[in-house]
Ligand binder design. Structure first.
Ligand SMILES: Nc1ncnc2c1ncn2[C@@H]1O[C@H](COP(=O)(O)OP(=O)(O)OP(=O)(O)O)[C@@H](O)[C@H]1O
Length: 605
């Protein structure tokens, strides 16, 4: 512990950045049934001071997480009351910039190493006034302080629970926030890791930060380490004061803790009503501010001087009142783009496996429709190849996309809330990284199946064919992303499958466009698969294609002239560029829609 406290000297806050938080009469209600409301917080007040480590405690359902969510700004609807920082009423943007919220689950991308993820955090949070060398220094400083230097090259997925928790904290420390909120930082950790974690938080608090965490059942040693405990029961505060004053406080209301009993456990037993319903009485006595006492340990007095590197240079003005300039959104976009590519490369199930599968399926479909493209007696079967291509590309793009955002949502939510980047920057980087990968998958399947099935060996036709396949892949993926951001994954996959089946039936193969009844013909205009199929048909049979050879052993081939075939299936007047345009419009429309649903989903808790 002493080692941690010592190294944390480097992580202290400049004096002018220290922030005290005061909250008054906070109420929070949630809908409960048709008309009734459940009152989760019933007018709680308190003060969270800089340089102190505060624990919010209480039995399950007491309202700890609700209070934390409100203090962080994570939850704003349904609450009333005031929250002030340094006496000023909170302007939410500034307050959010000054604080960070570390959620209970460590949302870390498992494919990045500790060092990589720290660099990403630094590049997303620290702007042009911090040089690369300084960023390196800051990262080393934080990793040293949190005891993570030895696992710099370990991937996040391979870290222990305690290391993950410390890394989550390290990532937020990069821009030295004055306020840190943590939801149950010790949950899932063994007793020694819990002790390590809390002692580290205490050291960070001693650097001048306001650190607030919820905690379930701390051991007596851990409980003593808190400067301030805020105990809740049934939406009320039943004790706010120093951990050391707990027993004297309880004795004033006639409760005496048995000898050798953990005061934290006893307090929780009282809060749970094991000694009678004392909540209302304790809620009144808890307003006495005398139990707060003074901070037991003196705050670390740190000289505000520059930290020198080994050459005597001043690598970073970390200990000065430096205001870090946030990087431009363009720079953040580049960092996120790089991160997306790295993630795609590292997650072999996403890229490598899919390239292999698309290649194999391309060969299988190629064998299934082998040599039929240049045979006038098999034109209908070749039309079948075009439809199978549409259906295959559609299904293989829409289903993974439905699951994509739900799996990334927790990381995205955490990083966006902690001001790492704006959603539009993330979304743009995601699209720019993802679209070429989708085109690669599509090209693997299309190139192999196109040539194996003996479609016209003309480069312009092949490029036209490939362009439609790529656009269809991206369209289907857009539809999947939209569904994935709109509903849960189970409903998303169900709706995705149904929507493809619906689009497919209106595409113009299962029922030719010439055979469709008027209402369904009109309805078919909303099917993006119709434009894709028409585009593929035009690439293969339109564009002035010459007659198709009829095998010598066959007496009569009805579709020797491509125009006859196009007329019969109702695609004689297909405009290739119109199909391309329609697919592009659907992509833009669905991507914008998905952005809106994603934004809405992120803002709802
Ligand atoms: N959005 C919500 N809708 C309905 N009920 C809610 C909502 N948020 C909180 N509650 C209810 O409010 C009460 C307090 O919840 P909260 O999560 O704050 O408790 P907690 O003290 O953090 O519990 P735990 O320690 O089990 O996490 C619970 O009964 C919970 O069901």
């Amino acid at each position: 512990m002493s080692e941690i406290v010592q190294t944390a000297v480097l992580l202290h806050l400049p004096r002018n950045k220290k922030i005290d938080i005061e909250f008054e009469n906070i109420t929070y209600s949630v809908p409960n049934g048709r008309k009734a409301k459940k009152h989760v917080l019933k007018g709680v007040s308190g003060k969270l001071k800089s340089g102190e480590l505060t624990a919010i405690m209480g039995p399950s359902g007491a309202g700890k997480t609700s209070l934390l969510n409100i203090l962080t700004g994570f939850q704003s609807s349904g609450m009333k009351g005031t929250i002030k920082s340094n006496g000023r009423k909170n302007g939410s943007d500034q307050y959010k910039k000054e604080s960070c919220y570390i959620l209970q689950d460590d949302q870390l991308v498992p494919y990045f190493t500790v060092s990589e993820i720290m660099n990403m955090s630094a590049n997303l949070k620290l702007g042009s006034n911090v040089s690369d060398k300084s960023k390196e220094f800051i990262i080393d400083d934080i990793l040293d302080t949190l005891g993570l230097s030895s696992c710099k090259d370990t991937r996040c997925g391979q870290l222990s629970g305690g290391q993950k928790k410390r890394l989550s904290i390290a990532l937020e420390l990069v821009n030295n926030p004055p306020i840190m909120f943590l939801d149950e930082p010790t949950t899932g950790l063994d007793s020694s890791s819990s002790l390590h974690c809390i002692s580290m938080l205490k050291a960070l608090a001693r650097g001048g930060r306001t650190i607030v965490c919820t905690i379930h059942q701390p051991s007596a040693t851990i409980y003593e380490m808190f400067d301030h405990v805020y105990v809740m029961a049934e939406g009320h505060c039943i004790y706010k004061g120093s951990s050391k004053n707990t027993l004297p406080y309880l004795s004033t209301v006639g409760l005496s803790c048995p000898e050798y009993h953990n005061p934290a456990d006893y307090l929780l037993e009282v809060a749970s009503g094991e000694y009678g319903n004392l909540t209302d009485h304790l809620a009144k006595t808890a307003n006495d501010l005398n139990w707060r006492g003074v901070c037991a340990l003196p705050r670390l007095e740190i000289q505000e001087e520059l930290t020198m590197d080994e050459n005597g240079n001043k690598p970073v003005e970390r200990n000065m009142a430096v205001t870090y300039i946030s990087p431009t959104e363009w720079n953040k976009f580049l960092v996120l783009l790089n991160r997306s590519f790295l993630q795609l490369y590292r997650d072999w199930t996403v890229t490598h496996l899919k390239v292999i599968l698309h290649t194999i399926i391309g060969i299988v479909i190629g064998l299934f429709y082998f040599n039929i493209g240049n045979d006038a007696s098999k034109t209908i079967s070749n039309f079948g190849y075009l439809l199978v291509t549409c259906a295959y590309l559609c299904y293989t793009s829409i289903m993974p996309a439905v699951l994509r955002f739900p799996s990334e949502l927790p990381v995205l939510k955490k990083e966006r809330f902690n001001n790492w980047y704006k959603l539009k920057t993330y979304y743009a980087a995601f699209m720019v990284a993802d679209i070429p990968i989708q085109m690669l998958f599509c090209a693997c399947y299309t190139t192999i199946s196109y040539f194996m099935s003996s479609q016209p060996c003309e480069w312009d036709r092949f490029i036209m064919f490939l362009a439609i396949c790529c656009l269809l892949t991206i369209t289907a993926e857009s539809a999947g992303i939209f569904l994935g951001t709109l509903v849960n994954p189970i409903n998303g996959t169900f709706l995705g499958a149904i929507s493809v089946a619906f689009m497919l039936s209106l595409a113009g193969f299962l029922v030719f466009l010439t055979h469709m009844s008027k209402p369904f013909y009109i309805l078919s205009h909303i099917s993006y698969l119709r434009y894709a199929l028409q585009g593929l048909v035009y690439s293969v049979y339109g564009h002035g294609r010459a007659t198709i050879p009829c095998p010598e052993d066959i007496l009569y081939c009805h579709y020797t002239t491509p125009d006859v075939f196009l007329k019969e299936i109702g695609m004689a007047n297909v405009d290739y560029w119109f199909c391309i345009g329609m697919l592009c419009c659907v992509i833009v429309f669905l991507r914008l829609l998905a952005y809106c649903t994603l934004k809405k989903r992120l803002s709802s808790n």
